[in-house]
Design a protein around this ligand. Structure first.
Ligand SMILES: NC(=O)c1ccc[n+]([C@@H]2O[C@H](COP(=O)([O-])OP(=O)(O)OC[C@H]3O[C@@H](n4cnc5c(N)ncnc54)[C@H](O)[C@@H]3O)[C@@H](O)[C@H]2O)c1
Length: 254
């Protein structure tokens, strides 16, 4: 099993890609700290996995809060004694709103969760990894981190930021045993758009033809993204550092 004796922390663990990732890590032998801002589905997942004998701990936290981020990392070290893998996966959409129409509160919320969240967690995990002499970070960016036409401005900027964060950490810490990589999923069958509000009409009608014209017809299952994240997190990817991996059925190649 690839992750035996290893401890992984996954944010956005209650749903979609994060949920599939927790299941994947557990199946491959890791102890997991499963983090989400929403308590009930997180606790339900953890209870289900514990009944199967998994080592998994629920941690309710907001990745945009530095205090919560500190607490989630402390949960890993106080429960399992170490942390080997950090997966910054929690994220929200932005209603496809183009720059001039982005309300300030939407901009701040999207950037706080999608970009500050990964930064805050990396900032606190890197010293732990340096002390241990090793550590692997995998950030969930997006197709919107690679191009301008697949989401609104706030989401696009946040995911381009995640790509930059990934490369910067790889550059600064690679020689000291830390790898930092990112996946850029295309369209994935998750709850991410559900209940976030009415999409911006003009933004949506501009983006959709580009998505429909170039994206592969098949939508990914969350497990397919989780498999790629697990690969990047694992020693199988020991020589990958700073890699920005599209996991999009060929969308970015078009
Ligand atoms: N679904 C897609 O098509 C797609 C495509 C590209 C990238 N992504 C990225 O994949 C990641 C996972 O999204 P998903 O599609 O699985 O969506 P999802 O909505 O199914 O899961 C996201 C999880 O993040 C949690 N979350 C939201 N804000 C949080 C916060 N402040 N603190 C802690 N947890 C928080 C939610 O409660 C939810 O459980 C996101 O970063 C998203 O941007 C998704």
């Amino acid at each position: 099993m690839r992750f035996e004796q290893q401890v992984a922390l996954v944010t956005g663990a209650a749903s979609g890609i994060g949920r599939a990732l927790v299941q994947r890590f557990v199946t491959e032998g890791a102890a997991v700290v499963a983090v989400d801002i929403v308590e009930a589905p997180l606790k339900a997942l953890v209870t289900e996995l514990e009944l199967q004998g998994a080592k998994v701990t629920a941690c309710v936290a907001n990745v945009a809060s530095d205090n919560d981020v500190e607490a989630m990392l402390t949960t890993a070290t106080s429960t399992y004694g170490r942390l080997d893998i950090l997966c910054n996966n929690a994220g929200i959409m932005d209603l496809m709103t183009p720059a001039a129409d982005v309300p300030l509160d939407l901009w701040e919320r999207v950037l706080a969760i999608n970009l500050n969240g990964p930064f805050l967690a990396c900032r606190r995990a890197i010293p732990l990894f340096l002390e241990q002499g090793s550590g692997s970070i995998v950030n969930t960016a997006s197709e919107a981190g690679l191009r301008g036409g697949s989401a609104g401005t706030a989401y696009t900027v946040s995911k381009h930021g995640v790509v930059g964060l990934t490369k910067s950490i790889a550059f600064h810490y690679g020689e000291r045993g830390i790898r930092c990589n990112a996946v850029c999923p295309g369209s994935v069958a998750t709850a991410i758009g559900a209940g976030s509000g009415t999409p911006h009409e003009a933004g949506l009608s501009r983006v959709m033809p580009f998505i429909q014209g170039s994206a592969p017809s098949r939508i990914a299952a969350p497990e397919e993204i989780a498999a790629a994240i697990a690969f990047l997190a694992s020693k199988d990817a020991g020589y990958l550092n700073g890699a920005i991996l599209p996991v999009d059925g060929g969308w970015f190649a078009a």
